[in-house]
Design a protein around this ligand. Sequence first.
Ligand code: NAD
Length: 511
Amino acid sequence: MTSHDLNLIGATDGTFIPDEPFRARHLIGGEWCDSSDGATFERRSPAHGVLVSRSAKGGEAEVNAAIDAARKAFDSGIWSRISGKERATIMLRIADLIERDVERMAILETLESGKPISQSRGEVGGAADLWRYAASLARTLHGDSHNTLGEDMLGVVLKEPIGVVSIITPWNFPFWILSQKLPFALAAGCTCVIKPSEMTSATTVMMGELLIEAGLPAGVVNIVLGYGEPVGSLMTTHPDVDMVTFTGSTAVGKSITASAAATLKKVALELGGKNPQVIFPDADLEGAADAVVFGVYFNVGQCCNSSSRIIVHEDIAEDFVARVVELSRDVAFGDPLDPVTQVGAIVTPEHQKKIDAYVRDAEKAGAKVRLGGAMLSVPGLAGEFYQPTVISGVTPEMAIAREEVFGPVLSVLTFKTMDEAVALTNDATYGLSAGVWSESIHTCLDFARRAQAGTVWTNTWMDGFPEMTFGGVKQSGQGREIGPYGLEEFLEVKTVAVRIGRTRAPWVRKR
Ligand code: NAD
């Protein structure tokens, strides 16, 4: 395939690229600071190759100081013991400030991650709604009462903030994932230490600026910039941390569970996925084909929810794949700063090579590359891109059918019966999301009940709402985010048993 066969968007005039790199510093106890040893690290735009940000590189001293500030803030009650109304007031202000600064943050999000500017605007602007929803939970959060324990007893179950929370986030949706965690932790009354990915520090730092502007007390949220080692790792072992919430790869998620075990911290994990869309012959096939293309190329497939495999009924497989290939050619690939671009750059050259290796291995194992299957150059851009790729003839034992490729690569498998479709869906170590396409409600519900996944989309893909909880089963994670269950993650439950009147018979008998 030549690049002429694709809808390629060449370099823009670079208007959006700032003259100076963004300078990111740690936020500790309400103060912005450099690292004690002055160390920094840099991030270049994966699409343009230009320097985008220079960040303070944290070490043990910064992690300890940030955790100490969060611990003191929590124990002081300055946030953990104020009313839900007071918390909600500040959180609503933060939502307004996010909306005010969408453009400024979206540009940095695009330059650091390589994703299209339209998507960054949607991601940052949409995050304001997560803050507003979490603010509503701050006011409505309550425990239980038990008035059925007998005349002389009242039972009260209190919900309390779990304490100091370490929040560790990945590079692929930096602002959105932070907003799936932070407002819910704050609504519960927790204090936090945040470490963004070393590849995308900027918008987390900008969020810190908004928190201060909104009036969040010093020390309630602290940010330490840097790498998994030592920053992330120390945040999972420090005895003053009560909980770790992590989004990232399954391998790092497992290591966090192991390191947090020594102090028995609660651990919530949002990890990888190998998410199938299953297409039955009676489906709206045009709608399904469009959703398959969206599901695999959104964020260049660098998405935990990427529908990186489809399981299509063999009667319609040939025509359906032909339509997916046709639609793939129309998707706008190229400069993420152009507002029409739908798919941007691959995050690093190493990752680009990893994607290509999966494609080459699948070819060697007998699969057929129907479209793409190679790196892509975009006119005027120095960065990393990969062609939209469709691979048919994939069998369940191939690595490309089982592992998270994290690129714009679709694997096609086929089925004959519902049992077979369910078996293929569940033949994965992951269980994040799955999709089913059929005009029969019976088919959809039967599949939804049998699929091992945290979310099942029926006749749609990747629709989400702050009210609807998200998370994975199997090796896609543990715990849930957003929705009311997302708040519960950050709460402890305490039983208070109250005897009414002096009715308790003495335990010690008189001699
Ligand atoms: P990653 O696991 O490499 O890194 C995630 C974060 O963990 C980064 O901030 C990193 O610095 C930090 N980290 C690395 N080693 C650490 C350690 N030993 N201790 C503590 N922290 C450490 O993941 P990534 O490459 O940034 O993101 C891609 C992965 O994230 C994919 O697997 C994707 O599926 C997953 N993801 C999952 C969801 C979800 O909601 N389930 C959402 C987005 C991304």
